[in-house]
Design a protein around this ligand. Structure first.
Ligand code: ZN
Length: 393
């Protein structure tokens, strides 16, 4: 399916612009009119992270006239393995500032608009309404559903990408011409089922493979060329080196873009909709969460505790709390961990930040370990508050 161009052409290109974009101008499908459309385009990149980094660099180089970037985070050392728009000298700086500097360095002929805020239901509609197209590089479900919903309600195309370890996916969601994200995924996955990149890792270069597909699709939509992947899901496997595309149909029952939509505005609370942890885990953790200071005190008093690290072996190798026994969360969910737990000691569970250990805690408490607890903030809080000589990840 080909679609008409999203953006009208700018009146003209300056001599500098003609020089700069000449390799676009001599492609018949792009030409002067396509480049003028890019010049007139306003694209918002949500997140200056793994996907946002290559996307911003290529959109800037391509001559997209107004490039917005929204992020509230600062550049951290662990970002530099993949977030190639940021540099060693940007550590500690707001990501939007670091990204805007890089964009200006690549192309001073375009406008870059940094939004140094967290996207929320109160600002998203106003921010999005200033752009023709939304390119999403977020890494969490709450933001992703909110971005989709706002894009559908505003009638804007939403270029989506997702990455995990060696696997990437991309699609264009645009309710006027095809499915939206909710047609593909009506419900968020149960909390704790889908690990984030911070939990499961991501191959740095995968970000560029998927970010480039997103930019490719954005340019096609803006200039009205080729066949955009509206209604198609691209699936990339970097280990097998395969690209597949599968059809995604509009769901006539979609709450947002179906025949009889039941949702006509943004949800009150996307965090609650997606849930950080399951209800059982939240309940189990309610009166059974200790701090790392509590844990340190228990260890110093030589309390009779059995400390369990429920993360994965790779994570345990990076950093661990002294005295912890590794039993990954999966073993709690399938029940095999229970026989490894001593009956005569207090069970103390921890993970990276406290979400997975809460899930494991629910299982342990259900199995009759009534005084079991988990450590809020996990090993990251331990490094932060007890032993800063250890690495974070
Ligand atoms: Zn839909």
């Amino acid at each position: 399916m080909s679609l008409p161009p999203l953006v009208e052409p700018a009146a003209e290109l300056t001599r500098d612009e003609v020089n700069r974009y000449s390799r676009h101008l001599i492609i018949p499908d792009v030409g002067m009119s396509g480049q003028k459309r890019l010049k007139n385009s306003k694209v918002l990149v949500v997140g200056a992270g793994g996907l946002g980094s290559p996307a911003l660099l290529y959109l800037a180089a391509a001559g997209v006239g107004t490039l917005g970037v929204i992020d509230f985070d600062v550049v951290d050392e662990s970002n530099l393995q993949r977030q190639i728009i940021h540099k060693q000298s940007s550590l500690g700086k707001p990501k939007v500032e670091s990204a805007a500097e890089a964009v200006r360095e690549i192309n001073p002929l375009i406008d870059v608009v940094p939004h140094n805020v967290a996207l929320d239901r109160d600002n998203i509609m106003e921010i999005f309404s200033g752009y023709d197209l939304i390119l999403d590089g977020t890494d969490n479900f709450a933001t992703r559903y909110m971005v989709n919903d706002a894009a559908v309600l505003l009638g804007k195309p939403y270029v989506w990408g997702s990455i995990y370890r060696f696997d990437g996916q991309a699609s264009v969601f645009w309710a006027e011409h095809g499915p939206c994200y909710r047609c593909l995924y009506p419900e968020p996955p149960p909390p704790g089922m889908v690990p984030s990149c911070a939990e499961g890792g991501v191959l740095g270069v995968l970000c560029s493979s998927i970010g480039s597909i997103q930019v490719n699709e954005a340019i096609k939509l803006l200039a009205g060329i080729g066949e955009p992947i509206v209604g198609r899901l691209m699936i990339y496997d970097a280990l097998e080196m395969t690209y597949r595309s599968v059809k995604v149909r509009k769901d006539p029952e979609c709450v947002l873009c179906g025949k009889n939509p039941t949702q006509t505005e943004l949800l009150e609370d996307y965090e609650a909709f997606c849930g950080a942890v399951s209800e059982e885990a939240a309940e189990a953790a309610q009166d059974a969460t200790i701090t790392v200071l509590d844990l340190k005190a228990m260890q110093d008093r030589d309390d009779d505790i059995f400390l369990v690290d429920v993360r994965e072996p790779n994570e345990y190798e990076i950093v661990s709390i002294p005295g912890a026994t590794l039993i990954p969360k999966g073993d709690f969910l399938n029940g095999s961990a229970l026989e490894q737990l001593p009956q005569d000691k207090k069970i103390v569970l921890h993970c990276k930040s406290g979400a997975r250990s809460a899930e494991a805690l629910a299982v342990v408490k259900n199995a009759g370990f009534a005084d079991a607890v988990h450590v809020g903030g996990g090993v990251l809080a331990w490094v932060n508050q007890i032993d800063p000589s250890q690495p974070s990840y």
